[in-house]
Design a protein. Structure first.
Length: 407
């Protein structure tokens, strides 16, 4: 039996089968590279689904984590902790938000945002719907599922939360019909990740701004995947000239460790009383120590690198799109958050790339998603680009053969 087969057999004995695994058993990872137990190396263009912002095993993160572990690993939120406060100070200074509420993950951040919005709404007569958009992804918890529309995640798992409304994305007219004087909040990703790397339209953002001024609802930005420099800006919403009331974060914030947060404006301080919200592991000091390094590195030149490399990637992908126009329908995203929309199921190209030694991800059926570490070098992108061209050529040949030899 192959090594892969042995892992499948062992997993089936003990783990509930909820994941679609790639056929890789990981031995170690460093920088932008993963090595399997057979010694094969892969260029990682998904970075733990956007989590390993500084790559695998970044020396400064490892040093910070070791230092903090030697002090203490977990003490709970019954005590003051320097790493929590220091990271929150950096976040508030960088973003201009008033306060941070920590969590363990993006889903827990979204839950906290919904709870805070509902508490605020109960105090201000905004007890109507929380409005979200089709194609969005906010996690797998019940609040998250109640505010997204993907059937795979929801079928047979209801009932869901009342007073939630999901409307078509980038449809200002549908948005107008969905909001009113009692609307509690509107939540969205300014770039949908699981939805296929789709940008919110300037028209919808303008309509949200107008109706927010008119009706006074809260705006929640889900920046779990797009935040912390992923797009070349610290947050994706920064390019739209609008400031959300609540921002949810996770993934890259912990640099590979479980860490999430929400950022809130001054007007939301005091909405929760002490004890109305909490978490055992949220703001774990080891994860916060890693988060401090992430923010320092972003401020030290990583963000500028993402912008420059993002410009090159845009140009390179445009050339590929012209070269393989029969396979590539569109190029999406910015910075190091990219989607290649195909004319076929994206898992075919994902698997072809894996054979070429490059790890990517398929989402929204036809979109190949690229979320590499923010420290991906120009040389490493050249390797990825060569593999992309080879994989697309292989898929073009396979498609042509299938067309001439229908089953």
């Amino acid at each position: 039996m192959s090594l892969h087969g042995r892992f499948i057999e062992r997993e089936q004995r003990v783990l509930y089968p909820i994941y679609r695994r790639l056929p890789i058993a990981i031995a170690r990872a460093e920088g932008c590279w993963i090595e399997d137990l057979d010694g094969k190396r892969y260029l990682d263009l998904i970075s733990g689904i956007g989590t390993n912002a500084l790559g695998h095993g970044h020396p400064r993160i490892l040093d910070a984590v070791r230092t903090q572990i030697e002090r203490y690993m977990h003490v709970s939120n019954l005590y003051y902790q320097e790493p929590q406060i220091a990271l929150a100070e950096m976040l508030c200074q960088r973003t201009g938000y008033r306060a941070v509420v920590y969590s363990n993950s993006g889903a827990e951040s979204w839950e906290a945002a919904l709870k805070l919005a509902r508490r605020w709404g109960s105090l201000h007569g905004k007890t109507g719907d929380i409005v979200t958009f089709s194609g969005g992804f906010h996690g797998r918890t019940y609040g998250a599922l109640s505010t997204m529309d993907k059937a795979l995640y929801k079928d047979g798992m209801g009932p869901f939360l009342p007073n939630t409304r999901i409307i078509p994305f980038n449809n200002p007219e549908a948005f107008d019909q969905a909001v009113g004087p009692t609307t509690c909040a509107v939540g969205l990703e300014f770039i949908q990740g699981e939805g296929g790397i789709v940008d919110v339209s300037a028209e919808l953002v303008a309509r949200i701004a107008e109706r927010r001024q008119q009706y006074g609802f809260l705006l929640i930005a889900d920046e779990v995947q797009s935040g912390c420099g992923r797009t070349g800006d610290f947050f994706a919403f920064e390019r739209y000239g609008i400031r959300p009331d609540i921002v949810t974060m996770a993934k890259a914030l912990g640099g590979g460790l479980p860490l999430g947060a929400i950022l809130v404006g001054e007007h939301l301080i005091g909405v929760w009383e002490r004890g109305q919200h909490g978490t055992t592991y949220g703001g774990n000091p080891v994860a916060c120590a890693a988060g401090i390094v992430v923010l320092e590195e972003l401020a030290g030149g990583v963000l500028e690198h993402v912008r420059r490399l993002g410009e090159r990637i845009s140009a390179d992908l445009a050339i590929l799109a012209a070269e393989f126009s029969g396979l590539i329908r569109s190029i999406r995203g910015r910075g190091l958050m990219r989607g290649i929309e195909l004319t076929e199921d994206a898992t075919h190209l994902r698997d072809e790339l894996l054979r070429c030694g490059v790890i990517t991800n398929a989402t929204a059926t036809t979109v190949l998603r690229l979320l590499p570490p923010l420290v991906l070098s120009n040389e490493e992108w050249s390797i990825a680009l060569e593999a992309l061209r080879a994989a697309l050529a292989a898929r073009s040949t396979a498609t042509a053969v299938a067309a001439t030899n229908p089953s």
